[in-house]
Write a protein of this length. Structure first.
Length: 195
């Protein structure tokens, strides 16, 4: 049976506070509904633009999509392991390091000299290099221990906890975020108790 997803399900999520974690969110509700948000060249191209890696939707092909999905799963294993306190696998560390060595987008000044754009010869690879370098930044700045996984059992999204107390448990408390859904459930429950 083929799963049917709404437009809301397929919307890109940029609420994790980090590019690399937003990239992991291109597959939603992992282990529950497995919502694939970059399964086609067009969808992956739109994510690259929406993420801000490049200024416009670049040309990517099915091979780029396959590579992105494969890297995403390796990255998910790395982040999941680190969050749970496990030592990362050597092969995954090598994969992330190799991906980070690829060329990232370059800045180009427009011909009128008044604007700048981000360009890449191989957009799919440049996007993955940007994601891998963001992982390196999380590690080098000491922020990796603040990465958490949403406590909603159907979500599993990772996020960087920027709260003062480092006690956030939901991926987001706005819009379609799990924190907002939990608040609504609690409110409805309190309302039922009053009746």
């Amino acid at each position: 049976m083929t799963a049917v997803f709404s437009q809301g399900d397929l919307a890109f999520r940029f609420t994790s506070n980090r590019l690399c974690l937003d990239f992991l969110a291109t597959c939603g509700e992992v282990g529950h509904r497995d919502i694939e948000r970059i399964g086609t060249p067009l969808r992956y191209s739109r994510w690259i633009e929406a993420s801000g890696i490049l200024d416009s939707s670049p040309l990517v092909d099915p091979i780029d999509v396959d590579e992105a999905r494969s890297f995403r799963e390796r990255l998910r294993g790395y982040v999941s392991g680190v969050v749970s306190g496990a030592t990362p696998e050597r092969e995954v560390i090598i994969c992330i390091s190799e991906m980070a060595r690829r060329p990232v987008p370059r800045m180009e000044l427009s011909m009128d000299g008044l604007s700048v754009s981000k360009r890449a010869d191989r957009a799919g690879q440049a996007a993955l290099a940007s994601v891998a370098r963001d992982v390196m930044s999380l590690v080098s700045t000491g922020l990796l221990p603040r990465v958490k996984q949403c406590q909603d059992p159907t979500c599993n999204m990772f996020f960087l906890d920027n709260s003062r107390r480092n006690n956030r448990i939901w991926c987001s408390t706005v819009g379609r975020g799990c924190g907002n859904k939990a608040k609504k459930r609690a409110f409805r429950s309190r309302q039922r108790e009053l009746v």
